[in-house]
Design a protein around this ligand. Structure first.
Ligand code: UD1
Length: 420
């Protein structure tokens, strides 16, 4: 288990380029299973979750090769000519919740799929009932045995799917299954995240007929076959929001490249309210923090609301803001695992159910803390940038799931961060 070691108190100055989005590349990798042709994916971030998904695809008999695209960025060539119905060892599926994405495409292409229950961050119960109900509406039958789910569908048929909650993963899984189904599928109360629109672009590049992604109603007209395609993954909006919080705590002036302002509107609005100066230019964002930020209240919601994946990092920012902030988490039941560790660094936080009251303190002090999960771990790194003295964040493997070259990017901006 590795650690990040951070010496706090350095201002951030310079330029940082966002990587391709983790939450876009994972479903797109799963979607390559829908066709036997070659798929070329660019702007692929080098993340542990991408490695796990690569291993899952390989366990299915799929060829995955990493290379460099024309722009020098990382690319993947994926060829799912051969495809098994059974996803490799259960421990592979257990490492990441997104592993459930492979179910829809395998079922669509082969008529059956066996997968182990997915794992992922320990941020409260994360059932897959919406995925299963959505696929059932297209005619799939499920059987649960020995910790595995066996799915079967002689022929998937388009249907009406109404999601009780706009689940990102369930929307994507149903889109991928519906694309080879007979007839039309309409997903209502669909999630509206930009990564879903990116998946739609990739599916349509493969010859699919999908529309409406980005709204709460997604329509999929089934097609008989799909072909290989080329695609560049959208920039990671959660990484961008994370770096906004980092500039907010450390102070300084940073130019963000490869960022879509529209995708981080909610985060930018809150950060501006807190006092961060953000200007949008043609090549990216200019972000400046000159003084201690003010406390603001925020509530996590499905897109376009404030993203739950930025709640821990924004909380780290609020620990050193002036005033008291009320943070309400509505997407996940138990996403406050980082609170205890932030408190060890001197933060004053009280949790009551789904709300956290953060009383800003003038400064944090460096401590040895443990990353509880991916975004919670990143909140501790941000707190470390603000803290006096040295902070050691154990559990780099959590943070490496979602941040490409984190210490290189932060060091280039002048932070004192290393890995042990
Ligand atoms: C995706 C993101 C994750 C983010 C989350 C919410 C990817 C790869 N991951 O995860 O980073 O935190 O969206 O923005 O895109 N739920 C059910 N039943 C289901 C599915 C979900 O009850 O079948 C609940 C979950 O427990 C959770 C809520 O719905 O409380 C949101 O989950 P969902 O949108 O599905 O998140 P993921 O797709 O897993």
């Amino acid at each position: 288990m590795g650690s990040f070691v951070i010496e706090g108190g350095r201002r951030l100055e310079g330029q940082v380029r966002m990587s391709g989005a983790k939450n876009a590349i994972l479903p797109i990798m799963a979607a390559t299973l829908l066709c036997p042709g070659d798929c070329f994916i660019h702007e692929v971030p080098d993340l542990r979750d991408v490695t796990v998904m690569t291993d899952i695809l390989r366990s299915l008999g799929v060829k995955v090769e990493a290379g460099r695209g024309g722009d020098g960025g990382r690319s993947l060539t994926i060829h799912a000519g051969g495809l098994n119905t059974h996803v490799g060892p259960g421990d592979l599926m257990g490492q990441m919740r997104s592993s459930i994405f492979v179910m829809g495409p395998i079922l669509a292409r082969l008529g059956r799929a066996t997968v182990a229950y997915p794992g992922g961050c320990a941020i409260g119960p994360r059932p897959i009932d919406l995925h299963l109900r959505g696929l059932s509406a297209l005619g799939a039958k499920f059987r649960e045995r020995y910790g595995h789910i066996e799915a079967e569908a002689v022929a998937l048929r388009g249907g009406e799917v109404h999601l009780d909650f706009p689940s990102v993963g369930a929307t994507e899984n149903v889109m991928m299954a519906a694309i080879l189904a007979e007839g039309t599928t309409v997903i209502r109360n669909a999630a509206r995240e930009p990564e879903i629109a990116d998946l739609q672009r990739f599916l349509n590049a493969m010859g699919g007929r999908v529309s409406g992604a980005g709204s709460d109603s997604v329509r999929v007209d089934g097609v008989a076959t799909l072909h290989g395609a080329e695609h560049s993954v959208i920039p990671d909006r959660i990484e961008a929001g994370t770096f906004l919080a980092a500039v907010g705590v450390a102070g300084g002036h940073v130019e963000f490249r490869n960022v879509v302002g529209e995708h981080i509107e909610a985060a930018m609005a809150k950060m501006r309210e807190a006092g961060l100066i953000i200007t949008e230019g043609r090549s990216g964002l200019m972000v400046t923090a000159t003084a201690r930020l003010r406390a603001v209240d925020f509530k996590t919601l499905p897109y376009p609301g404030f993203p739950t994946d930025l709640q821990p990092q924004a909380m780290a920012l609020m620990t050193v803001a002036e005033g008291t902030s009320l943070i309400t988490e509505t997407v996940f039941d138990k996403r406050f695992n980082h609170v205890e560790e932030l408190s060890r660094m001197g933060a004053r936080i009280r949790v009551e159910g789904r709300a956290a009251v953060v009383e800003g303190v003038p400064g944090l002090s460096g401590a040895e803390v443990a990353a509880p999960d991916l975004r919670g771990g990143m909140a501790l790194v941000i707190a470390g940038l603000a803290a006096e003295g040295v902070t050691k964040v154990r559990g780099t493997e959590h943070i490496d799931r979602g941040y490409e070259g984190l210490e290189a990017k932060l060091s280039a901006l002048g932070a004192a961060i290393g890995r042990e």
